[in-house]
Design a protein around this ligand. Structure first.
Ligand code: BJW
Length: 258
């Protein structure tokens, strides 16, 4: 494993030679847009809670209004922020490689839509989407108006969780994957296939703590496919990498992909 603090000619050459690239992204890629990462300390009403404690079915069952409001506030914040140069450069690279008959396949653990708003196509949102809703009882999908919180302000007091208008029995929940829940099987299999097919795999802005997403880079390792991490910090996955680029995705991805 080689640790780099800038994009060197070697690594740029690796990126230029690749025809089929797979990217596994995590919360860090959206950090420079202003979306807090999952494992940093929260602010305002939320500072007493860790994100890991709120992202569970048990937390929702115990205190649905609290968990509901946390998600609506995060959705409001995500709507208010913009894609950053990390998202934009991956989208541009995807278009450029597509034109040359290659591909950049993006697999994200993020529940935001910043890759898409940057103009990229995303193969799989492994942990779902923060703007999708369904009933906890009957599973009926629901569309809701955008939250009217100001995501930049101190988060509001808990709001009541809306009931399902379809079965009139259950409450609505966000369409995300909580701890202890299965990932969408087709999305996970498509992601695994993209990593197996790739001739270069980038792992960007993820701590590599959460399974099974964190095991996807092992599929590249098994095949000897070059693995490159972009993250300012060492992670659980760093040891698997050929190169660890120690910098932010907003700075390093434009240099790597141009
Ligand atoms: C920058 C940056 C910048 C900062 N530029 N970088 C095997 C062993 C042990 C446990 C398990 C296991 N298999 C399964 C489990 C249990 C569990 C798990 O993994 N637990 C771990 C905590 C140990 N997994 C599950 O429960 C999964 N389900 C499952 O396995 O089902 C099968 C099953 C069912 C029943 C019983 C048993 C098994 C489901 C996992 C779902 C995860 N969901 C969440 C919440 C989504 C909704 C929401 O957003 O609220 O997904 S948790 C949270 O973590 C979220 C994220 O997508 C995910 C990953 O986090 P990520 O993206 O890595 O963010 P951070 O914050 O951790 O890291 C940010 C990184 O960015 C850092 O490294 C920074 O340095 C970096 N960074 N600024 C680049 N500018």
């Amino acid at each position: 494993m080689q640790v780099l603090h800038d994009i060197t000619e070697d690594i740029r050459a690796l990126a230029h030679r690749a025809r089929h690239v797979a990217v596994l992204s995590g919360a860090g890629i959206s950090a420079e847009s202003g979306v807090p990462t999952f494992r940093e300390v929260q602010a305002g009403l939320w500072e007493r809670f860790s994100a890991e404690d709120l992202a569970t079915a048990e937390a929702f069952a115990c205190n649905p209004d609290l968990v509901w409001t946390w998600y609506r506030w995060r959705q409001a914040l995500i709507q208010q922020v913009q894609p950053n140069p990390g998202h934009l450069s991956l989208a541009a690279w995807q278009r450029a490689l597509n034109r040359r008959g290659g591909s950049v396949t993006i697999v994200t653990q993020n529940v935001d839509d910043l890759h898409e708003r940057a103009g990229a196509e995303v193969l799989a949102h492994l942990h779902g989407s923060i703007s999708a809703y369904r009933c906890v009882d009957c599973g009926e999908p629901h569309e809701l108006p955008r939250p009217d919180y100001d995501g930049f302000q101190s988060p509001p007091e808990p709001d009541p969780t809306p009931p399902c208008e379809h079965c009139e029995n259950g409450l609505l929940r966000p369409g995300v994957v909580w701890f202890g829940e299965m990932l969408p099987v087709e999305a996970f299999e498509a992601a695994a296939e993209a990593i197996r097919r790739a001739d270069l795999v980038l792992v960007v802005g993820t701590s590599g703590i959460v399974q099974p997403a964190a095991s996807l880079p092992l599929l590249a390792l098994e095949r000897g496919t070059p693995l490159v991490e972009v993250n300012p910090e060492e992670t659980e996955l760093s040891e698997l990498m050929d190169y660890c680029v120690r910098g932010t995705s907003g700075q390093m991805l434009p240099a790597l992909t141009s």
